[in-house]
Design a binder for this molecule. Structure first.
Ligand code: FAD
Ligand code: DLZ
Ligand code: SF4
Length: 504
């Protein structure tokens, strides 16, 4: 029987992935390629590139050990082509094998490139996700509004996670009201598991250092797991050490404690070293054995079978055009502070510094610090999107774009979420300890010491009143704005204008 080329991409490192299930080790040839194009179509954080390349090398070794023939191209091989399509054409010419089977990539960009190849290419659905495109489209069809909470309930029913018959465990679908607690410093809080680089990882770190010297972000210290065994260890560590406090500390932010009780599992989930169902079943088991409370376990599972699946559904439902959305017509450039330029805003400095050093920030830092500030400052959502895609170890367009453009920048006009995640300094002060060490005063709205989030928040509301005021969920802030004396409103808007002018 004619052999086929089986393409495995850097975020498809799962032994049970569709393309491998459709292939036969005795007949087919696996193709894996480290290419400059994937590391630089946006300049990814060096830790992300190092994670992917090391994990690809280890995965290829596992495939060979399992009996597969693998053609593996290293970035430093002189024959390696510049891109995935170039590598497939080279391997096709070299082997005389023309037909390609791949699992559909997670970015429209690469789907288009594979479909444009002058070779017969079969793209199989990526069934590592719990909800297929067809299922999501059927769910979304005829709904006036898409809301994660309704989708999530269907995913609970589908997976049976935290279900007692057709009822949710504990009698409620969502325990978030118990979760939004500010964090308290705790020197004994368990830290996420980090891994000292082995020789293979060190070799890749040197390669990445040499090939991507200008990318934003520190490569070392590098502490990510780079194979499934390591990712499983990280999962067990999270389940036993941090999961019990996950719910309580989910929305909190603390100077000097970048992870709190978050899992840091997204880079492993997104490249396929862990599967969403095994992670959620692990968490559910901790609840059933009495080791973790329901608010923590339900909250954690919701992030994965709810938010993660929901944003992916939106990405593929909306198509490549979603990237261009800009419902609020924002056009300002991304401030230099996002690239590490000095800023006196303690919260922004902490989030960006941590991002530079770890390629990681937790959800509330991404949403309510860097995302919120870009939203209030009217930054072009496309620039914000590219920044998030560049700087995080877990960033792939299918998950990053809806989170950034939809959830954080409201650039889709409310398709993904019901209202903008905009807040003044008061929210950051309530949920973090950043304000204590900040040069600005979170209680002031105007004056040289005033927290920039305050004037910017009201200015954002005023600027967008026509578009946002009809939204019932925005009624309260607009009532407060309208009640403010005229001279206060003028002073706030002047303060915001001065701050934005200085920023630019
Ligand atoms: P935990 O807090 O421990 O959560 C557990 C898991 O739930 C995560 O590992 C992740 O797989 C999943 N999850 C949680 N929230 C979300 C969400 N909103 N969407 C999808 N999955 C979620 N996540 C990415 O994986 N890649 C991205 O590129 C990305 N970009 C984001 C950009 C913005 C502007 C925002 C607001 C959020 C973004 N997120 C992204 C979602 C979320 O911030 C990260 O998944 C989370 O911070 C990863 O850290 P963790 O593993 O410690 O998560
Ligand atoms: C992110 C990434 C990087 C940095 N490098 C490679 C690579 O060299 N080879 C590869 O196959 N995949 C890489 N990836 C992952 C791809 O960018 C990812 O598969 C697409 O963005 C689709 O999600
Ligand atoms: Fe951030 Fe304002 Fe608090 Fe400073 S005062 S840390 S700028 S919220």
């Amino acid at each position: 029987m004619t052999p086929r080329l089986i393409l495995i991409l850097g975020d498809q490192l799962t032994h049970g992935i569709a393309a491998l299930r459709a292939a036969d080790p005795a007949r087919d040839i696996v193709v894996m390629a480290e290419v400059m194009a994937e590391g630089s179509y946006v300049p990814h954080h060096p830790q992300k590139i190092a994670l992917i390349l090391t994990a690809m090398r280890k995965f290829a070794a596992e495939l060979r050990a399992a009996g597969w023939r693998v053609l593996y191209s290293r970035l430093d091989d002189p024959e390696t082509g510049p891109s995935i399509p170039a590598e497939l054409l080279r391997r096709a010419a070299e082997t005389g094998v023309a037909q390609v089977i791949a699992t559909r990539p997670g970015e429209w960009r690469l789907i288009a490139a594979l479909e444009a190849l002058p070779l017969p290419v079969t793209l199989l659905p990526d069934d590592r996700f719990l909800c297929s495109d067809a299922e999501f489209a059927a769910w979304a069809k005829d709904r006036k509004q898409l809301r994660m909470e309704w989708f999530y309930r269907d995913m609970r029913r589908k997976t049976g996670l935290l279900m007692e018959g057709d009822k949710p465990t504990g009698g409620q679908w969502n325990f978030d009201p118990e979760n939004r607690k500010p964090a308290a410093s705790d020197l004994l809080r368990p830290k996420p598991l980090r891994f000292a680089p082995d020789a293979e990882t060190e070799a890749v770190l040197d390669l990445v250092e040499a090939r991507f010297p200008t990318h934003f972000g520190r490569l070392r210290p590098f502490g990510w797991a780079t194979d499934r065994a390591g990712a499983l260890q990280a999962l067990q560590h999270f389940l036993t050490q941090s999961l019990p406090r996950f719910g309580d500390e989910q929305d909190a932010m603390l100077e000097g404690d970048p992870a709190l009780s978050h899992s840091l599992l997204s880079p492993y989930l997104n490249i396929g070293l862990l599967t969403p169902l095994e992670v959620c079943q692990g968490a559910e088991a901790r609840y059933l054995q009495g080791h973790a409370p329901l608010n923590a376990v339900e909250g954690f599972i919701r992030q994965i079978i709810g938010w993660r699946e929901y944003v992916r559904g939106i990405y593929f439902l909306e198509g490549p055009g979603y990237t261009a959305r800009n419902a609020l017509n924002h056009a300002a450039p991304l401030p230099a502070a996002y690239w590490g330029a000095p800023t006196q805003m303690a919260c922004l400095r902490a989030a960006v510094t941590q991002t530079r050093d770890m390629a990681y920030a937790h959800h509330i830092q991404r949403l309510m610090i860097t995302g919120n500030f870009a939203l209030l400052a009217g930054v072009d959502p496309h620039q914000v999107h590219v920044w998030y895609l560049e700087v995080y170890a877990d960033a792939y367009e299918w998950v990053e774009l809806p989170n950034t453009l939809g959830m954080s920048q409201f650039a889709d006009g409310g398709l993904l979420g019901s209202k903008p995640y905009a807040s003044s300094g008061a929210y950051i002060n309530r949920m973090s300890n950043y304000c204590r060490s900040c040069r600005y005063d979170v209680k002031q709205r105007v004056g040289k010491d005033a927290c920039p989030f305050n004037a910017l928040y009201w200015d954002f509301l005023a600027r967008n009143q026509r578009k946002l005021a009809p939204n019932p969920r925005m009624a309260l802030p607009y009532r407060n704005w309208d009640k403010m004396p005229e001279e206060d409103r003028t002073a706030i808007r002047e303060q915001a204008a001065r701050f934005l002018a200085d920023l630019r």
